[in-house]
Design a protein around this ligand. Structure first.
Ligand code: ADP
Length: 485
């Protein structure tokens, strides 16, 4: 089976979030399931400066008003189609914003162009000639490529089946109706059954409306987004399409995240040599200038935002210290929250410490040395840090939401008796409920046998892509079968 994946960021070339991880890892994992993927992505400077020996596969004289080429290249096992259009993509800054963090004003045109190119390729634009290729299925990710299925719907050529994956419904690609004349779509596309959204244009809405199926990155989040609290305006449409909505959790790269071989870790270990974690714990305490003692060391590796529930952790931090625990925080974000954690560090020298940085190697060391990682998110489509925690024996203390709910087994009495517990989960997301969870975690830590058993159980959890890739492959098969029936 041939799949065209269309994504605005792909690890390891360009990454701002989990979408890049999925777009980069899933094609590799799908190979074992008889699915071969070509990934269409924009030719940002970081991409054009990295790729070598690309082949020109097709040209657009005018793609939404600009010249564009499609180049094919292999990069670290990925088969990439690069949309090379200097007008849209050759500029400083990140994929969506300039160097000052301000969104590019023409994002609507840039990602409509990416989507239109995807639709043209999906509908046979590259099928001619000896090296001709046309996919059986197209896989879209978030609002930036959501318009592919809309462009297919309103083109003369037959549509092919499509799956759109929601990585975070908070980002919707919502624009004014004034852009519509420039999108090169027929007038009836601006309809409630098309791309119209609250009087304007909604890219994610358009994708959810016109794709054959919809998925998101955990079964719990798939249910949550059917409610007004989590659906952010799209819950009605999603409820209408509930029969086509699926939840498949993300995996992690087991080679990059392997405590037995991780080079960022002071002392490597396995489930059989957990005592070696002590050296890493000492190293984390040193890096954060925290006291060295036998008590539990908790950590946070996160954006410091409201979504991540960092305000309730800031409220509960004094109680955590009163329990004899220490807290190391790695992350930056909202100024108010950064200030709150710095103030806590000042109140509790040696017990609480904050590093406002993005430091990938340090994040590995923290998973390898801290006793527990706190993730009190208000919503979490999938979440990665709890998966790293499970693999590294760093017990996740998580809010009972989204992917956190689907991947961590709470240490309730039944799970402890059955030896299946892998973490501590809590709800609702309030400071009081988090305080109770932290108290429970500290109590479990004081029983080394129970704690070690939980660590080992977590390290046995399957957090690889293998199972999820099988689920995606099954979904693709179903879509093809549906088309044929
Ligand atoms: P989100 O994508 O919503 O921020 P995820 O848990 O899905 O949350 O992914 C966050 C990723 O970013 C993880 O790989 C995490 O380890 C990493 N990360 C977050 N903050 C930092 C930081 N300050 N330093 C290093 N890595 C970080």
């Amino acid at each position: 089976m041939q799949v065209l994946s269309v994504a605005s960021e792909v690890y390891p070339l360009v990454k701002t979030g989990g979408l890049a991880d999925v777009a980069g890892a899933l094609p590799l994992a799908l190979k074992g399931h008889g699915v071969s993927v070509k990934t269409l992505m924009p030719g940002y400077p970081a991409v054009m400066g990295t790729i070598r020996n690309a082949t020109l596969r097709m040209s657009f004289e005018s793609l939404l008003g600009a010249k564009a080429d499609v180049l094919e290249v292999e990069h670290q096992g990925l088969d990439l189609l690069i949309l090379d259009s200097p007008t849209f993509f050759d500029r400083p800054g990140g994929p969506y914003a300039d160097a000052a963090g301000k969104d590019h004003v023409d994002n609507w045109r840039r990602f409509a162009a990416l989507s239109k190119a995807g639709a043209v390729i999906a509908q046979g634009g590259m099928a001619e000639g000896k090296t001709g290729w046309q996919p059986d299925i197209v896989h879209l990710h978030d609002w930036q490529s959501a318009m592919v299925s809309a462009y297919m719907r309103y083109a003369a050529e037959p549509e092919i089946p499509s799956l759109i994956t929601i990585h975070n419904i908070a980002f919707q690609g919502r624009f004014g109706a004034d852009i519509f004349p420039y999108l090169e779509l027929p007038p009836h596309a601006l309809d409630i059954d098309g791309i119209e959204y609250f009087g304007g244009v909604g890219y994610l809405k358009a994708g959810l409306q016109t794709s054959s199926a919809i998925s998101t990155v955990s079964p719990s989040y798939a249910e949550e987004i059917l409610t007004p609290e989590f659906g952010m305006g799209l819950e009605g449409l999603l409820a209408y399409r509930a029969a086509d909505l699926h939840g498949i959790v993300n995996g992690i790269d087991p080679d990059i995240w392997n405590p037995a071989t991780d080079r960022a870790v002071q002392s490597n270990y396995t489930a059989a040599t957990l005592k070696a974690r002590a050296e890493n714990k000492q190293a984390v305490a040193e890096r954060f200038r925290l006291d060295q003692d036998e008590g539990p060391l908790f950590c946070v590796v996160s954006r410091l935002t409201w979504q991540k529930g960092m305000d309730i952790l800031a409220e509960a931090v004094d109680d955590l210290v009163a329990l004899g625990a220490r807290l190391a925080v790695l992350g930056s974000g909202d100024k108010v929250l950064e200030d709150a954690f710095h103030a806590a560090a000042t109140r509790h020298p040696g017990r609480v410490s904050v590093l406002s940085a993005y430091d990938e190697p340090l994040s590995h060391l923290m998973q390898a040395g801290c006793d527990a990682i706190i993730i009190p998110s208000r919503f979490e489509p999938c979440g990665l840090t709890q998966l790293y925690g499970l693999r590294y024996g760093c017990i996740p203390v998580v809010a009972r939401t989204g992917g956190l709910n689907d991947t961590v087994i709470d240490a309730n009495p039944a799970a402890l008796a059955a030896r299946t517990a892998t973490g501590v989960s809590f709800g609702p997301v309030t400071a009081e409920s988090l305080r109770r969870a932290l108290r429970r975690a500290v109590r479990l830590y004081s029983e080394p046998k129970v704690w070690t058993q939980m660590q080992k159980q977590g390290m046995k959890s399957d957090v690889s892509w293998e199972k999820s890739a099988g689920l995606y492959a099954g979904l693709f098969q179903n879509l093809l079968a549906r088309k044929g029936s």
